[in-house]
Design a protein. Structure first.
Length: 224
């Protein structure tokens, strides 16, 4: 059973989330502040972190920064802030999705299932995708450039996999959003944030020209 770390400083909300997650077969751990969250993250090694932004001790964005400095565990942000800036900043730091309070616990569980499914595969064997120096293995959820493994979040991997399925094709933001975050109500510009992070990682691996922005359309993978 997958382990979900619920990081929420309001006990009633945390209890509700845990009860719904456990009802669907997940194990849970709970932290009420940022420092405890990081300690539990390191000790319990959860499969996913459900992370509130407004926390005592350390805020959610700082917790996310530190989680991302240590690994690619899927993270879903929970926020009471309505401003898109907060959500986009969290996504830029490497969050995989977000939900906004007030929310339906069933919706949160659906998001957890979707992100874990994207990060863990579970589908039948699929062919390895290749585009120039890039190799994407959908079954193992691994991507490499010149045989060096890329350190990707689940959402970044899903976006890259989608693009690699049709090298040269220009995908719209709506198409990429549907492929990578089908259960999310995220805005299309969220795709730009994830692909900005993905582009940096490709550039660092020596594939600086692989991911192209197609003006007025979206994005594509392109090899001369």
């Amino acid at each position: 059973m997958a382990l979900v770390l619920v990081v929420e400083d309001e006990p009633e909300i945390a209890e509700i989330l845990e009860s719904y997650l456990r009802r669907d077969g997940y194990r849970t751990e709970r932290a009420g502040d940022g420092k405890t969250a990081l300690n539990l993250y390191r000790a319990a090694q959860p499969d996913l972190v459900l992370l509130d932004l407004m926390l005592p001790e350390l805020d959610g964005l700082e917790v996310l920064r530190r989680i991302r400095s240590e690994g690619n565990t899927p993270v879903i942000l929970v926020t009471a802030r309505a401003e898109d800036l907060d959500k986009l900043l969290g996504l830029e730091l490497g969050a995989d999705d977000y939900v906004t309070k007030p929310f339906s616990p069933r919706e949160v569980v659906a998001r957890v299932k979707a992100v874990l499914r994207r990060s863990g595969g579970g589908e039948s064997a699929r062919a390895i995708l290749r585009c120039g120096p890039l190799e994407v293995d959908p079954e193992k959820v691994v991507a490499r450039v010149n045989h060096e493994r890329l350190d990707l979040t689940p959402t970044e991997f899903r976006l890259l996999e989608t693009l690699a399925q049709a090298p040269g094709k220009a995908f719209s933001r709506a198409e990429l959003l549907e492929a990578a975050l089908p259960e999310s109500n995220a805005l299309e510009r969220v795709v730009d944030v994830h692909l900005k992070n993905l582009r940096k990682k490709l550039e660092a691996a020596g594939a600086s020209s692989l991911l192209e922005t197609v003006r007025g359309v979206g994005y594509r993978l392109w090899v001369e």
